[in-house]
Design a protein around this ligand. Structure first.
Ligand SMILES: *Cc1c(COP(=O)(O)O)cnc(C)c1O
Length: 399
């Protein structure tokens, strides 16, 4: 044992030296604009609970009712005995919300990416990813055995070059024709910028590829019915696979794939993270469904409008304080710092001032691109924004 721990401690030391050490901070309160850590209250600008649904009475009540009727656990994988009514109701609600033929839910968005990608591509196929897609997608492609190519972030010309290369590869004789899958996020999780979905859809049509879009940070916020950026950019009919999480604006936990009936039926048969895993607890499915219902309601629109007004206030206050920001309107507002140590030092100085903001570092973003990632929510107030910007100004002055 001592050899084992000694070796791991050396590795941890190397992580610390690189300014990349991470640790958990225990939160003793619900997720909200104010959280309690070690007996102290912090102003929280770190949560993806964009519409503050995680504490919404309708979600809590749905979870409680599901526990009362279906119990705390799911009992088995969905295909064995755990395909409970709340999972089916969630999937019907999801498909209707997204306007797709069908949907399937997973225990997390990570599991959804892993299950879906490994089900639809394999070692004869090619997957082309935006350089900044989420780790779950990169891991999924590696696991699938498909050939992985990366295009420069949001760069259509580079994507076209990769698609041309892929289309011109000879098919293996006697094997099914190779599949080409393009995957992008719609709102990028660490930069808050938007994928050029129309241009990408044009290219995937031109080269006969398939398109998968991860709407983790767009669902609930964009589009006339708040379905996401696919709706906002009117490309729904051209996206074969829609991926998302139920853990961000939806206020609960879980992941999903939306698409055609054939896609969903195939995933029930082939997605290993679905087949070989106990179903999510009924409370999670019921809460997620209630979250989607709130998003679709008039209240969902009010919450979204409030979120955008918080974002607009936050950005103008930051610009006034001298920060350079992108003009894109998104609930994710990254403040680029650069050096890992400086980002962690500013985050620590912010904590001393009672403000909780994460320093995002490698491997979540590239080395030397460390940043503070501010996320606005519908629950923040204008005075929260003022307090954050004041704390940032003094924390930055020291570092
Ligand atoms: C959070 C996230 C996921 C994973 O979803 P979970 O439900 O948290 O596992 C996938 N893609 C992106 C872009 C994300 O931000």
């Amino acid at each position: 044992m001592s050899g084992f721990d000694g070796e791991l401690r050396r590795e941890l030391e190397a992580i610390r030296k690189g300014g990349l050490h991470r640790e958990l901070r225990r939160v003793d309160s619900a997720q909200s604009p104010h959280i309690e850590i070690a007996g102290r209250t912090f102003l929280n600008f770190s949560s993806n609970d964009y519409l503050r649904l995680s504490n919404h009475p309708a979600l809590k009540e749905a979870a409680i009712k599901a526990v009362e009727k279906f119990g705390a656990g799911a009992g088995a994988s969905r295909l064995i005995s755990g395909s409970l009514a709340p999972h089916h109701e969630l999937e019907e609600t999801l498909a209707a919300f997204k306007g797709t033929e069908a949907s399937i839910s997973f225990s997390t968005g990570y599991a959804a990416a892993l299950g879906a990608i490994t089900a639809i591509v394999g070692k004869n196929d090619i997957v082309i990813l935006d350089k900044l897609v989420h780790a779950s997608i990169v891991d999924a492609v590696r696991l699938s055995g498909a050939t992985l190519r990366v295009f420069a972030h949001n760069d259509s010309a580079d994507l076209e070059g990769k698609l041309l290369w892929a289309r011109n590869l000879p098919s293996v004789p006697g094997k099914a024709p190779k599949r080409i899958l393009v995957v992008t996020e719609s709102v990028f999780s660490m930069g808050g910028d938007l994928a050029s979905l129309r241009g990408i859809a044009d290219l995937k049509d031109k080269y006969g590829a398939w398109l998968m879009v991860d709407e983790a940070h767009a669902t609930g916020l964009f589009g006339a019915h708040r379905r996401g950026l696919i709706e906002e950019f009117d490309v729904a009919g051209r996206v074969e696979v829609q991926l998302g999480t139920l853990g961000k604006a939806c206020g609960a936990a879980g992941g999903y794939i939306c698409g055609s009936r054939a896609l969903i039926d195939l995933l029930v048969n082939r997605a290993r993270s679905f087949i070989f895993s106990t179903a999510p607890v009924p409370a999670a499915a019921a809460a997620a469904r209630a979250g989607i219902e709130v998003i679709q309601s008039a209240e969902g629109e009010v919450l979204r409008q409030h979120l955008w007004s918080v974002v607009d206030h936050l950005k103008s206050a930051l610009i006034e304080a001298g920060w350079a920001l992108s003009p894109i309107r998104s609930a994710i507002v990254p403040l680029l710092i650069g050096k890992e140590e400086q980002a962690t030092a500013i985050a620590a100085a912010l904590r001393e001032r009672g403000v909780f903001v994460p320093a995002i570092r490698y491997p979540t973003v590239a080395r030397g691109k460390a940043r503070l990632r501010l996320t606005a929510t519908a629950a923040h107030t204008i005075s929260d924004v003022a307090a954050l910007v004041n704390a940032l100004t003094s924390a930055k002055a020291l570092n």
